[in-house]
Design a protein around this ligand. Structure first.
Ligand SMILES: NC(=O)c1ccc[n+]([C@@H]2O[C@H](COP(=O)([O-])OP(=O)(O)OC[C@H]3O[C@@H](n4cnc5c(N)ncnc54)[C@H](OP(=O)(O)O)[C@@H]3O)[C@@H](O)[C@H]2O)c1
Length: 330
């Protein structure tokens, strides 16, 4: 039987999620890649338990994570039940619905019908009574926002989710409306989950981060390492076991242009001078913004989780370092 480390809360930094009662670890773990039916269950288990030993209390899923879709939730449920159920009250488990999932007309989008049936299916796969956060995974222009937000409110009132979240709502106007509707329903929006990293900065530039801060909504940033580009992974080519080399990986080798590699090398030199790995510097850079509650990392090995959590040891940047990073990104 798994015995968690007694020192698991000694070094983790927790940050308040907006103006809610919840804090999240500075680094959270997502199960999008490397936890599905095509992956090795023992490695998935090792990564989850190592993360928990390091104080990572938040695990992020979605109905469609795998492949095949649903299998990451099944695997996570199996690991929870073999090892982590005694610690359920120490965990924040999230899932989402919003991308295509099964067949027929009610398996995608933002309808009440899809969201609530998908949440039931997620709970069954994970063998849980409730998730901590239930997200609408992406905006659906075909469905009235009132219906989608109403479904999140219902999930909370039914006790199947403790908090409501939205993801990929990049238009600050749309996010503001979602915040307003949920507030009027009495289920304030806990958190937004957008992508943000050195290569993708729209939420910093379009006022989204300022909006979340002003409204007291937390922000957990996905793909803070640009799926592995902002690490030392591709400095010497494309390793066989990397995401870019996998057929089902969402990172495609053509994203590794010569120009991008030159930028990654320049950033790697700055990280070196700070005494950090490039992954650590990329995560610290995202966390420099006060509106960001947590960075939601992925991993294929326990060593990457150890390295990434180590980012929290140095989140400070000098002015010169920030200027050098901007110059590298030009
Ligand atoms: N809401 C949404 O629409 C959405 C979309 C995407 C992701 N997400 C969430 O965000 C989570 C993270 O996304 P992501 O996996 O793209 O995040 P990421 O942290 O940007 O990329 C993770 C990949 O980077 C590499 N890596 C991680 N740590 C490393 C380290 N310390 N040193 C070297 N390489 C390292 C690994 O690549 P290799 O596999 O090549 O080793 C790993 O699989 C997902 O699991 C999911 O929960 C949400």
């Amino acid at each position: 039987m798994y015995q968690p480390s007694n020192s698991r809360y000694n070094t983790m930094t927790f940050r308040r999620c907006g103006q809610s009662g919840i804090v999240l670890p500075g680094v959270s773990l997502g199960l999008w890649h490397n936890f599905g039916g095509v992956d090795t269950l023992s490695n998935a288990r090792d990564m989850i338990l190592r993360a928990f030993d390091l104080g990572v209390t938040h695990f992020d899923l979605a109905n469609n994570y795998g492949p095949p879709p649903g299998s990451a939730e099944e695997n996570f449920g199996a690991i929870l039940h073999s090892d982590l159920m005694p610690y359920r009250d120490e965990l924040i488990v999230s899932t989402k619905a919003g991308f295509g999932m099964w067949s027929g007309p009610y398996q995608d989008g933002g309808s009440r019908k899809y969201l609530l049936s998908s949440l039931d299916a997620s709970l069954k796969r994970m063998r849980l009574d409730y998730v901590d956060i239930f997200y609408h995974h992406r905006p659906d222009p075909q469905t009235p926002l009132e219906e989608t937000m109403g479904a999140l409110d219902s999930a909370v009132r039914q006790g199947k989710a403790l908090y409501a979240g939205i993801s990929n709502y990049y238009d600050p106007g749309l996010a503001a409306r979602a915040i307003e509707i949920l507030r009027s329903l009495g289920t304030p929006l806990l958190i937004h989950q957008p992508s943000y990293n050195m290569f993708r900065r729209d939420i910093e530039q379009n006022g989204q981060l300022d909006l979340l801060e002003k409204e007291g909504v937390g922000c957990i940033v996905f793909s803070p390492l640009a799926q592995g580009l902002l690490t030392d992974r591709y400095l010497d080519g494309v390793p066989e076991d990397s995401r870019a080399a996998k057929l089902h990986g969402f990172l495609k080798p053509d994203q590794l242009t010569d120009e991008r590699l030159a930028t990654i090398r320049a950033l790697n030199n700055i990280a070196d001078a700070r005494g950090q790995s490039l992954a650590q510097m990329a995560l610290a850079w995202v966390l420099r913004h006060g509106a960001v509650t947590s960075v939601l990392i992925g991993a294929s090995k326990t060593s990457q989780i150890v390295d990434s959590v180590g980012a929290l040891e140095n989140l400070e940047f000098s002015r010169d370092e920030l200027v050098a990073i901007e110059k590298a990104l030009e």
